[in-house]
Ligand binder design. Structure first.
Ligand code: FPP
Length: 249
């Protein structure tokens, strides 16, 4: 497998196109999600091989509840099955699993499986796999702002002193670097309420490839594209070339 001069530390992915893939094969939509789950397995292995430290996948958004009830139920069944079947293998591979999003509306047994998986894998360091389930970027910012204001009031501070840092420390994934690269498959070019705050300086890579077709070669293509980009973080190109690369992200 190719190694890249600039490997991202954190890759985030919007896995779009499962439904269309299934439609093209004359299969039910859930068959696309099942194939999508296999691609997730391959993607995790590729990230381990490449030394990518963090992978964040958008599995179910706060807006996905609007899908037909049957599809929502089948997706939840798939998450349940994967949590039961895959976690041991993830653990053996040194993968730490974290779930981000609002768990309250999820079924009790799924929440329980999530907690068990996180507890089992919490000391693993090879790859951190973050699964966004019932996640929305605006939900994340709102819950972080609520926590930050709560802390300020509890300390008797003036809410006018609230800073970006105060909010950032309560966001999901505050403890890991922000994504270097966002990949979105399936042809759409938007972030669909994914990591709205955390993607402020992220490089975006859009591809028409449908998620069930996103193989190693597709990932390598995205990584090549990333390696060629110059990340300026608000500085000029000359400053970056002179090595003034101290970044605050
Ligand atoms: C988007 O395709 C995909 C989803 C909403 C679900 C993602 C779920 C998986 C890849 C399977 C399970 C994975 C994990 C990590 C547990 P779409 O249905 O919107 O496709 P379309 O745009 O072609 O209709």
């Amino acid at each position: 497998m190719t190694h890249f001069s600039t490997t991202p530390r954190h890759v985030a992915v919007i896995m779009d196109g499962n439904g269309r893939w299934a439609y093209r094969q004359h299969l039910p939509r859930v068959a696309g999600h099942r194939r999508g789950a296999e691609v997730v397995r391959e993607m995790v292995q590729s990230c381990v091989d490449l030394g990518i430290a963090h992978l964040t996948l958008f599995a179910f958004s706060t807006e996905n509840w609007r899908r037909p009830a049957l599809e929502v139920r089948l997706l939840m069944n798939l998450f349940r099955l994967l949590l039961k079947r895959e976690v041991r293998k993830l653990h053996e591979n040194g993968v730490r699993l974290r779930i981000i999003g609002d768990r309250v509306p999820l079924e009790r047994d799924i929440r329980q499986l999530m907690e068990e998986a996180e507890a089992l894998t919490r000391n693993n360091t090879r790859l951190q796999l973050n699964l966004a389930v019932n996640y929305g970027g605006r939900w994340d910012i709102t819950q972080a702002a609520r926590a930050a204001v709560g802390a300020i009031l509890a300390n008797g501070q003036d809410p006018q002193t609230l800073s970006e840092q105060d909010i950032a420390k309560y966001l999901s994934l505050a403890e890991i670097p922000e994504p270097d690269l966002l990949i979105r498959t399936g042809g759409e070019e938007r972030i669909s309420n994914f990591l709205v705050w955390q993607l402020a300086y992220t490089e975006f890579y859009f591809t028409d490839t449908l998620w069930p077709d996103f193989d190693r070669a597709s990932l390598e293509h995205a990584l090549h594209s990333f390696a060629q980009r110059q990340r300026r973080f608000g500085r000029t190109g000359d400053q970056v070339l002179e090595g003034d690369c101290s970044v605050s992200d």
